[in-house]
Design a protein around this ligand. Sequence first.
Ligand SMILES: CC(C)(COP(=O)(O)OP(=O)(O)OC[C@H]1O[C@@H](n2cnc3c(N)ncnc32)[C@H](O)[C@@H]1OP(=O)(O)O)[C@@H](O)C(=O)NCCC(=O)NCCS
Length: 329
Amino acid sequence: MNNLRPVGIIGTGKYVPEKILTNSDLEKMVDTNDEWIVSRTGIKERHIAAPDQATSDLAYEAAIKALESAGMTGSDLDLIIVATITPDSSFPSTACILQDKLGAKGAAAFDLSAACSGFVYGLASATSFIQSGMYNNALVIGADCLSRITDYTDRNTCVLFGDGAGAVVVGEVPEGRGFKAFDLGAEGAGGSLLQMEGGGSRLPATAETVENKKHYINMNGREVFKFAVRVMGTATIEVLRKAGMERTDVDLFVPHQANIRIIQSAMQRLELPEEKVVVNVDKYANTSAASIPLALVEAAEEGRMKAGDTVLMVGFGGGLTWGASVLVW
Ligand SMILES: CC(C)(COP(=O)(O)OP(=O)(O)OC[C@H]1O[C@@H](n2cnc3c(N)ncnc32)[C@H](O)[C@@H]1OP(=O)(O)O)[C@@H](O)C(=O)NCCC(=O)NCCS
């Protein structure tokens, strides 16, 4: 990517819904307890969308802030990519709903489905569009309302997820800054380890699919855990190799916020000190495509990176998929 137009992040915004669901709230819903949840996952609470809020509403709030911080309005946008697995509906896409709400009349718009890796896939797509010269900028959003596909009678999954949205504007940046490398991948053979079976063309919604809970997240937690620990390490090493950098060059590590134990295993493997790692899984739980941008934007708001810092983002999720990027802030 070295000889191409430098492309990076020129605006950031985030949004989480107001309602907070704590571990003690969950204790009243399923057979679980705060001690189990905190020790196994690091999660203390999560935000849940109001009944009248859909994914596009969360995405809109984050998008407005990102545009404002870039000094732009919707009409300046060339492209809108929304990474989500909980679109408002199958179609129109959530990106098209946003294009209208943002007044982005000239912009192309599409949704991208790569689960929790979706935001990094979206960044790589936007960067390629801009480097090719096809577009000059893009709004990339990771937004999900996992609460809408979570079975709140299943303790194996309901403690893990929350709702939110994070948005960035991607565009040309000064020489030497911007994205240095991406590493995207998939292991489709593991798709059934983390899935929602119902509601698509294979198993359209019927009274029977609803009765059999086919419209909820279904997960093999232990196998996903093993996959996550493996690819967090391999994707990080691979993306650094592509960027021609060492792990000691990383100033800020922004991992997918699924489980504190998965983050800690990556920290150990990469010998990263705590102050270089962004962790907010305690407050938001796993927000799928929103997880990495929520962590990135929060770190930016807290002044944790300065111009020229090397930021490494890495995520994994349903598909199975993974995505990592090296960005000079
Ligand atoms: C789900 C996860 C937290 C479970 O942690 P774990 O240490 O692997 O726990 P185990 O699966 O070994 O289960 C241990 C026991 O706790 C129980 N348990 C599961 N959820 C529980 C809960 N919320 N409260 C109390 N007990 C629970 C299990 O039923 C099991 O009991 P058993 O041994 O009697 O069957 C962990 O596997 C994980 O984080 N996996 C990855 C999930 C993920 O990140 N998914 C999204 C990817 S994007």
